[in-house]
Ligand binder design. Sequence first.
Ligand code: UDP
Length: 243
Amino acid sequence: MSSEPKYKRVLLKLSGEALMGDGAYGIDPDTVERVSTAIKQATEIGTEVCVVCGGGNIFRGLKGAAQGIDRTTADHMGMLATVMNALALQNALEQQDVDTRVLSAIPMANVSEPYIRRRAIRHLEKGRVVIFAAGTGNPFFTTDTAAALRAAEMNCNALLKGTQVDGVYDADPKTNPDAVRYDELTYMDVLRQDLKVMDASAISLSRENNIPIVVFSIHTDNGLLDMLTGQGICTVVKESDAE
Ligand code: UDP
């Protein structure tokens, strides 16, 4: 078995739900600890890891807006939710002796470093895990788009989307036992078929920058490590070789 990482530098997108465990809301400490262990394993084989946390386990701007909150204010609240997740993940990583920095797109001097691209790259070069908080810092965006943006800015070799299932299927594998998993898709397949991988702006941005998107299960033991060493099950979204 090769323990050489397939990708030297990766951006891991964790939705808020990936930190929620079986609960309906909030942060589950055991789940956060498991995710941290997976990230630690990735760093131990020499992968440089940066992370974008979502916030949907705490607050979503669209839902807030539907309840009558001004959309921009609601999105600011959503971005603050991502900071809470980022701090929870940093705490769990530090408890496992993994050097971690949180860089926020909304400056919060007492809580985290501000997002400065060169500083983030320096942290990665020093082997630290970098967690990007507060999305893009702008309302009307999502953390999927933030993940594609930071992956491009950090010159990442892949954008990893950790989900509950081990790839992209043609139907929901939880409710349909005949659902078939794709090994590979093109960005255009995802856009044309409206497959639920990441939102359309994240797919377009990754396509423009030629960054493969790898969808894998973050909740399988060694899921991240296996995927990085080429043993795991996943779906890779990239430009087809002919295109
Ligand atoms: N958000 C935003 N701008 C960004 C990223 C996120 O306004 O660049 C807000 C938006 O309200 C969103 C919330 O933060 O609903 C949480 O992010 P997201 O829904 O992407 O989290 P996930 O679904 O990944 O848990």
